[in-house]
Design a protein around this ligand. Structure first.
Ligand code: SAH
Ligand code: SF4
Ligand code: F3S
Length: 508
């Protein structure tokens, strides 16, 4: 469908319900399904930078209506939800905390592993009842699963009551998609597979006023052989530094205390700029100067982690020395088949450099066990690498074949019981190492950014250290939103208990 065809006739009142058939002449149903084949292409076309604005004719679309978004997956999705919530609010909708009184429900989905997808299909089953009770309810599926042809086909076939499916590149089109869905009797499917857009000026309804996410780049060009993300998120494209700096400054002025810079592979930041040499190190140097106490970034790919970035991070201050550095496997042979493009040795060398420049740095990681044909010896290499690096913690996964990725075509001789056993052994090591690391905190004083009351006990406050350790302690509620000094009294399995010793706002 081309740009011309995309232009809907929107002179009708968008809040009219789809049951009012008279308006059918004013719209054309959108059917733009995804294509994994197109998503795989990496063209030379330029990144298009565009601005977002609510089209005048859609203002007030959400009057007296409520929206609810359920989010699955990574921080990128969490932040996309904040953007969609921002768009809903700009259209006049109000947020609600549950599906019961929502007029629009969106499932912002994740495709990274099979169990992530199963959760969403299960939820669609539940929502069918709700949709039957309230036919006027709009139900949408967005996020990474929408980018997969097989998912869209399955929804069309098995869950035809869904009103709209839109992709990760179509978020800024939400007002148009909602309008189409109100008007149309058919399912609205708008999933662009191939794009090069960076949309600025997106409204954001952030969760909380202490920590904020800031996208620095979109997409991924790494094509690790097991991973669906390059297909669901498109090619790597960076936001311009001045836009990012302006957003961070604005957040600092609003009183936010912590920023996490987001990208699938933030170390590739700036590689797509044709007019200048500018990387993550340069951006961090710029953001280092902004008066905001804590800056984090995620996720790092070991391959693009350069010396300049290490040098900048070593300046410390608001640049926190907690680095999430997914290794995936400790075996060079497995890493090769995964197409990670680094070896066990080069990963260890990078860790050595980081620790040399930042002796207190804490490292966390992601690991996949049971990659096709992974041998016992290769798995042992992962175990020994883990021991050698002594990660603070890790996310561990059993390999899950993803349709359309090269690894999904590989024959796999590792039985599921073996994979599960390996995961258990690895998890035991992860837990043991984490406990040991937490124990070292006993008696030490740490800076804690206080986020609020503890989930289990409203008398107790909870917050995170610079190294992302959860600390529970008693203190007056005025400490919420502040960075305070806490003496650690006891290390528990996953968290730390402490006593506040003074209330301080950190100054860079
Ligand atoms: N961009 C990040 C990772 C995003 S996905 C990076 O490259 O580090 C988060 C984690 O999910 C990955 O690090 C990997 O460990 C895991 N993962 C991705 N695809 C997977 C698959 N097919 N099966 C199991 N785990 C997977
Ligand atoms: Fe997936 Fe690899 Fe890209 Fe990470 S770097 S998102 S694991 S393809
Ligand atoms: Fe999942 Fe998409 Fe994130 S697949 S992990 S939500 S980028």
């Amino acid at each position: 469908m081309n740009e011309q065809q995309r232009k809907e006739s929107t002179q009708v009142n968008p809040s009219d319900k789809k049951s009012e058939k008279d308006y059918s002449q004013y719209f054309q149903t959108v059917y733009m399904p995804p294509s994994l084949k197109d998503a795989k292409k990496r063209g030379k076309e330029e990144v298009k930078y565009d601005g977002f604005a609510i089209p005048e004719q859609f203002r007030g679309m959400g009057q007296d209506k409520k929206f609810y978004i359920r989010t699955y997956g990574c921080q990128m999705n969490e932040h996309d939800t904040e953007v969609m919530a921002g768009i809903f609010m700009a259209l006049g909708y109000e947020p609600t905390n549950g599906v019961e009184d929502a007029d629009v429900i969106l499932l912002n989905t994740c495709a990274i592993r099979e169990n992530a997808e199963n959760k969403v299909f299960g939820e669609l089953g539940h929502l069918k009842t709700l949709k039957k009770q309230r036919p006027g309810l709009l139900l949408g599926v967005c996020g990474c699963m929408s980018q997969e042809e097989s998912v869209v086909n399955r929804i069309l076939k098995v869950h035809p009551f869904v009103d709209m499916i839109f992709g990760t590149h179509n978020i800024h089109r939400l007002p148009h998609i909602l309008n189409e869905a109100y008007m149309s009797k058919e399912m609205v499917v708008e999933v662009w597979s191939k794009e090069g857009d960076v949309i600025e000026n997106l409204p954001k309804q952030r969760k909380g006023n202490i920590k904020a996410w800031v996208n620095i780049m979109y997409g991924c060009d790494k094509f690790c052989t097991y991973c669906i993300v390059p297909y669901t998120r498109g090619k790597e494209r960076s936001r311009r530094p001045e836009e990012i700096v302006q957003e961070v400054r604005h957040l600092a002025a609003q009183g936010y205390k912590e920023i996490t810079l987001l990208g699938q592979n933030v170390n590739a930041y700036g590689k797509d700029f044709e007019d200048m040499e500018y990387g993550l190190g340069d951006l961090m140097e710029e953001i280092h100067k902004i008066d905001i106490p804590r800056i984090r970034f995620t996720t790092s790919h070991p391959r693009d982690f350069d010396d300049h970035l290490i040098e900048v991070l070593a300046k410390g201050g608001n640049l926190l020395d907690h680095i999430h550095l997914p290794v995936q496997s400790g075996s060079t042979d497995v890493l090769k088949i995964m197409a990670r493009k680094y070896s066990r040795e080069s990963y260890l060398e990078l860790v050595r450099k980081i620790k040399e420049a930042m002796p207190n740095a804490s490292l966390t990681t992601d690991i996949i066990v049971g990659f096709p044909n992974e041998t016992d010896e290769q798995f042992e290499e992962t175990m020994s690498l883990y021991r050698e690096v002594e990660f603070d913690s890790a996310y561990t996964f059993i390999y899950s074949p993803r349709e359309g990725t090269p690894a999904a075509k590989m024959e796999d001789n590792v039985p599921m019981e073996v994979k599960k056993e390996r995961l258990q052994r690895l998890n035991a090591l992860v837990n043991e190492t984490s406990a040991k690391k937490l124990k070292e905190y006993e008696g030490k004083v740490v800076d804690v950014l206080v986020e609020g009351e503890s989930k289990n006990n409203p008398e107790v406050l909870a917050g995170y250290t610079e190294k992302s350790k959860l600390v529970n302690f008693r203190a007056p509620k005025t400490a919420i939103g502040q960075i305070v000094k806490v003496k650690i009294t006891k290390a528990k399995t996953w968290t730390l208990d402490g006593e506040m010793i003074e209330e301080t706002v950190e100054v860079n």
